[in-house]
Design a protein around this ligand. Structure first.
Ligand code: BJ8
Length: 422
């Protein structure tokens, strides 16, 4: 860690405060991750990344900036990475997943804002996250109300581009999203000084598709009866996918998938036979939010799938690689991205279909519908989700939580009781 102090200083970070974060993270990671038995050897890559999460990748980004590349920070899986990559830019996720940042966000936001937004704003304003300091531009979107207003605060001293997200999925909405993508492309071209041509956009589409396929291979292995990987490890891979170089991410996920497929062939499982299989659905879990997975997996169950933006919503469905003009490519991108089922859309019946399909594919015994406190969208949609699951005869437990550990024991009691009755 010490090696990066100069870099953090140059980034204008609050070193004293940041030290406090650097001290808690390794303990949390050790308790949650390194205590697991028989982890796949290929997890060594993600362990190494987490150990220096504010060092290794930020240093790479700074190097790239010195060579003229621009870094775009994003907060939502609807923002198409392909457009940035096509202009030789770099994308990094910026969503905050730690309670450490929440109080900083509460200085300027209502307390009744979801912790993901509070943590993201806190990380930025308290100057304790290098990724926020490095990004040349932030890219927001008009998904939920909290985020929409947060952009106005976050965008004060860093260029901010906001993509106007349709809230329905009619043909005219898909067309509108294709136009938004084209507008975003123009902004990216201006920022990077590079032109987006059909060739480089198709190359970028291919890169991101390969990343999606690699992540999907790891998820495929989680459908096996004998689980070759824990939900916590799969979640970690997903969380870091938002920060990593997409080509390396695909290589590492494929390397992990090779090992998992071998484990399946050898009958190796990280859980005892008969462990109950849980699917988690709901709000995303930004790094280092491992709270719910840890509670579930230390309460006698295993997480086999996440229908979240740090799960299947991130990689399912590919972008058509056969298009030849920019207009067709933007349309193909819009079609793929509008296939994501976020609760900010109405109606959002596609999400219910996904949940029922995934519950079957991953052979789940029960579903935990998780809502980050003050996320009105997912909270309200929980009613429909839970009714559909009950109708399908799939046990479901709805919970609301935040990043604070204060409710951990209470959650554990409820989750243990739920697992017991499965
Ligand atoms: S596509 S889930 S990443 S918007 S949890 S900030 S919705 S109040 S993160 Fe999201 Fe895109 Fe949708 Fe996914 Fe608002 Fe809810 Fe907070 Fe949320």
């Amino acid at each position: 860690m010490a090696n990066y102090v100069e870099m953090w200083k140059e980034l204008g970070m609050d070193l004293e405060n940041h030290d406090a974060l650097c001290q808690v993270l390794p303990t949390a990671f050790g308790d949650v991750y390194l205590s697991q038995e028989n982890r796949p050897a290929a997890m060594d890559f993600w362990d190494m990344v987490v150990a220096d999460i504010h060092g290794i990748r930020p240093a790479e980004l700074i190097e790239a900036q010195k060579k003229g590349q621009k870094v775009f920070g994003t907060f939502c899986v609807y923002v198409p990475d392909e457009v940035v990559l096509a202009a030789n830019g770099i994308v990094t996720g910026l969503c905050g997943g730690s309670q450490f940042w929440v109080s900083g966000g509460e200085k300027v936001l209502p307390k009744s804002t979801c912790p993901l937004i509070k943590a993201s704003v806190g990380a930025r304003l308290d100057r304790t996250c290098p990724f926020f300091r490095i990004a040349d531009m932030y890219v927001g979107e008009t998904t939920c109300d909290g985020k929409k207003k947060a952009w106005e605060i976050l965008g004060k001293d860093v260029p901010m581009h906001v993509m106007d997200m349709p809230q329905m999925k009619r043909e005219k909405d898909i067309k509108k999203w294709a136009e938004e993508i084209a507008d975003f492309a123009a902004v990216v071209e201006k920022m990077t000084g590079n032109t987006i041509e059909p060739e480089n956009l198709n190359h970028a589409i291919h890169i991101v598709n390969e990343k999606r396929k690699a992540l999907a291979r790891v998820y495929e292995a989680r459908k096996a009866e004998k689980l070759p990987i824990s939900g916590k490890d799969a979640l970690l891979m997903m969380q870091i996918a938002f920060f990593d170089d997409p080509v390396r991410c695909a290589q590492m996920a494929n390397r992990l998938a090779d090992e998992l497929e071998q484990r399946i062939a050898d009958g190796v499982s990280v859980f005892p036979a008969g462990t109950k299989r849980i699917m988690v659905t709901g709000t995303p879990m930004a790094i280092p939010n491992w709270k719910l997975h840890h509670i579930i997996e230390t309460s006698g169950a295993a997480v086999v799938c996440e229908e979240t933006c740090t799960g299947t919503r991130y990689f399912e469905r590919l972008v058509d690689e056969s298009k030849e003009t920019l207009e067709e490519q933007y349309r193909a991108l819009a079609e793929r991205y509008m296939g994501i089922n976020c609760a900010c859309f109405t109606p959002n019946t596609g999400r219910i279909d996904d949940i029922l399909r995934l519950a079957k594919e991953y052979h789940v015994d029960g579903v935990i519908d998780v809502n980050l406190k003050f996320c009105c969208l997912y909270d309200t949609e929980g009613y429909t989700v839970e009714a559909a699951l009950k109708e399908a005869g799939i046990p479901v437990l709805g919970i609301e939580t935040d990043y604070d550990d204060a409710d951990a024991e209470q959650l554990r009691t409820r989750i243990e009781a739920f697992v017991e009755m499965l």
